[in-house]
Design a protein around this ligand. Sequence first.
Ligand SMILES: Cc1ncc(COP(=O)(O)O)c(C=O)c1O
Length: 387
Amino acid sequence: MEYSISSSLDKIPKSGIRRLFDLAQNMEGVISLGIGEPDFNTPQNIVDAAIKALKENKTYYAPNSGLLELRKAVSEKMKLDNKIDVSENEILITVGGGEALSLAIQSTIKTGDEIIVPSPSFVAYSPTILLSGGKPIEVECKEEENFILNPDSLEESITENTNLLIINTPSNPTGAVMEKKDLEKIADIVQEYNLKVISDEVYEKLIYDGKIHTSMASLNGMENNVITINSFSKTYSMTGWRVGYLSSKDETLFERMLKLHMYGPVCNNTFAQFGALEALKGPQDSVYQMRDEFEKRRDLLLKRIKEMNGVNAIKPEGAFYLFMNISETGMKSDEFSERLLNEEKVVTVPGSAFGPYSNNFVRLAYPLKAEKINEACDRINKFLSKN
Ligand SMILES: Cc1ncc(COP(=O)(O)O)c(C=O)c1O
């Protein structure tokens, strides 16, 4: 089979998110429930650490895999927080979680491999798989099962070509959190069929109702199967810094990912890595304050939606997204989002952006102040009562 990135690019649709944002750009008075980034500034101690690094001329290339101090700090953090025993040599500092994901997908897939993607899924997974010559197999995670991957559905979708599964908990776009028991059932299947797993944990700290994040690689017998992806973007409100990381105990695979990284960005920004080091080493209060604030906003948004006629939602337990069911309105997600924007100037992301099973949903991102959430809900209510 002939394959090239350039020919695969033609198979990938333009992001469904971007089209709506382009439309919104030319409008006044828009409230956006579209953007997936915290509305808090990066904590000052982190900013200061990067400024200090710049002033001290830490402006040269960093080692390809990342600053040793930072990799050591990530290793300690992963042992403590994630119960994953990885050394600094099994960690690669990347350009955000986004690059980590691409490296993991591109280094694992051979042409024609099937990759299982629980759906609804983060917008980048399937396009990156297609670009890498693989075939995404989207497995539906049903609302009535709290959008959690069903082990039987997983097993049914495995063929002799399957080699990789992507897990994302807490989830973008549904906010679903997989508990240890959910992950254990999946891990059994992964081991039975000897699959690799990419575990995308970029929302690990945004988890509510006292729930605890479990890492796939921490489960018995899984440590060699899993590439763990993480990022400073959401936890420390550092989306524009572009610092993330991956870890893998599979030496050959790690070397392949490092090679790809070396021929791409070469290394992550040196001074940004000093900021990231401070993020891990410094006080963590801001992480928990931000989490608590998001939990309140989640509660507010959910309460307001439950009071509306024609839409509904289950309680998201993590990240900062709510996946609103719009089936009673009779509209599909693209029409709903587009009309809501045109008529009431509220940006949402149509479910269609997250795969084939989400056309009765729209994603609402709630990292914005309570007044704005209330105003957006007033407008959605008005929109619903007209339709
Ligand atoms: C599920 C998921 N994974 C990975 C990323 C990548 O984030 P970043 O590249 O900023 O670390 C995002 C960003 O929105 C995300 O939602």
